[in-house]
Design a protein around this ligand. Structure first.
Ligand SMILES: C[S@@+](CC[C@H](N)C(=O)[O-])C[C@H]1O[C@@H](n2cnc3c(N)ncnc32)[C@H](O)[C@@H]1O
Length: 400
């Protein structure tokens, strides 16, 4: 028998997660571009798309071989885009390349983001056979009208059936991603979505506020007069999901993430803890040996560079000294566990912005840790921390 299962918000777990080694693989392909999405995605007709997914898989395998050897991996995460656009055998080929290059520890977490419309019982078995133990479904909503506004291709029943099938197939952890605050969706419809997700007895839940990213179809339609997300409604929606998830036994461990004990995302907890990870594919960001590097986003450029035997980097930055410490602080404060008190934390809480945040009950100073008490104000805390080294939020935001 194993020992007691650790809660995902346990400070010890958070601190240890920062020492895990992980790999991220980006799969950019999507059947269509969702109107709110600004991730590195590729749809038919985009530059490089005609090379096909097999060419991309081979390029990723080549890129993995270019990375210096490292320690065996504790966690592997496939994100997108839509990783489930790839056959399980192709994903297995990439896992094999990671294993050959770095090794993978026994019992490592191997996770994939899946779109419900790609799921079949057979795909479930194939994913398990190539080593996946964790799946998260991009459900976004169980409300047909909200799904239509978000430009999603699946229906509520299809998402529900996929989650049930994943459970039955035997994945160690099954999770759902939801989006709240879609204009026109009242609180009742959001609550119904959350209840339906929780009724599926999921191990993990992510709930993100709909964010209007620059350059997206959503942003253009809002500029042309369509309603924008309402922050007050989003705050109410966040309160509602927090209460319902807690009542269902899910523990919040990051601003937007809840898990049953034992089912937190090791990969995410490692990256929020400032841990090191390698990353492959278009637009992928990594963090190794104190350097944060990012790949080119365009598929055609990525394929050309790899074919020429070059690492497809768009840029890299060595974060040293205080800049590195502040980045670790900003990421660490996204976790419910918060961060250990150290000299930088003392400076933050002694400064004017920090004092105001403590007085307002946004920051909680404990005997040996600092944590954010009001998660919706995490960005304000980040701003105060980054100001200590003269940076702004855009610098350390977004690692997707
Ligand atoms: C980039 S998606 C990739 C996964 C999958 N292909 C999908 O479509 O759901 C990862 C997650 O980010 C969230 N997300 C992406 N863009 C967002 C936005 N503008 N606002 C809020 N959440 C967003 C969604 O919940 C989504 O499940």
């Amino acid at each position: 028998m194993t020992g007691p299962v650790v809660r995902p918000d346990d400070p010890l777990l958070a601190d240890e997660a920062a020492r895990l080694s992980s790999a991220y693989v980006h799969v950019p392909f999507c059947a269509r571009r969702c109107p709110y999405c600004d991730f590195a995605v590729v749809v038919d007709g985009d530059p490089g798309a005609d090379a096909g997914t097999d060419a991309y898989v081979e390029a990723v395998v080549s890129e993995i071989a270019m990375e210096r050897p490292w320690v065996p991996l504790d966690a592997i995460a496939f994100g997108g885009g839509t990783p489930s656009r790839l056959p399980a055998a192709s994903l297995g080929r990439i896992i094999g390349a990671l294993r050959d290059r770095f090794g993978v520890v026994d019992g490592a977490e191997v996770a994939i983001e899946v779109n419900p419309e790609d799921w079949t019982d057979r795909y479930a078995d194939e994913l398990l056979a190539v080593g996946f133990d964790r799946v998260s479904f991009g459900v976004q909503s169980f409300d047909p009208r909200t799904l239509a506004s978000l430009g999603r291709r699946h229906g509520p029943g299809q998402a529900e059936a996929a989650v049930v099938s994943a459970r039955r197939a035997g994945f160690r952890s099954v999770g759902i991603d939801l989006i709240y605050g879609t204009p026109g969706e009242g609180l009742d419809r959001w609550v119904a979505t959350v209840r339906r997700a929780l009724a599926l007895d999921v191990d993990h839940l992510s709930a993100y506020a709909l964010t209007v990213e620059r350059g997206t179809e959503l942003s253009r339609s809002i500029l042309a007069g369509a309603p924008a997300p309402d922050p007050d409604h989003q705050a109410d929606a966040y309160e509602a999901v927090s209460e319902l998830a807690a009542a269902a036994g899910l523990v919040r461990y990051e601003v937007s993430n809840w898990a049953r004990p034992g089912h937190h995302s090791r990969y995410n907890l490692a990256t929020w803890g400032g841990g090191e990870f390698v990353a492959f594919g278009t637009g992928a960001h990594d963090h190794r040996d104190g350097v944060r590097a990012r790949n080119v986003r365009r598929l055609d450029v990525y394929l050309d560079r790899v074919a020429a035997g070059l690492r497809p980097r768009a840029g890299a930055e060595r974060l040293e000294g205080e800049a590195a410490d502040v980045e670790r602080l900003v990421l660490g404060l996204r976790r419910v566990a918060g961060v250990r008190r150290d000299e930088l934390v003392e400076r933050l809480v002694a400064g004017p912005a920090g004092r105001r945040l403590v007085a307002a009950g946004v920051l909680r100073v404990g005997a040996d840790r600092l944590a954010v008490e009001r998660p919706l104000l995490t960005d304000e805390v980040s701003r105060a921390a980054l100001a200590l080294v003269g940076r702004d939020l855009s610098v350390s935001d977004g690692d997707c």
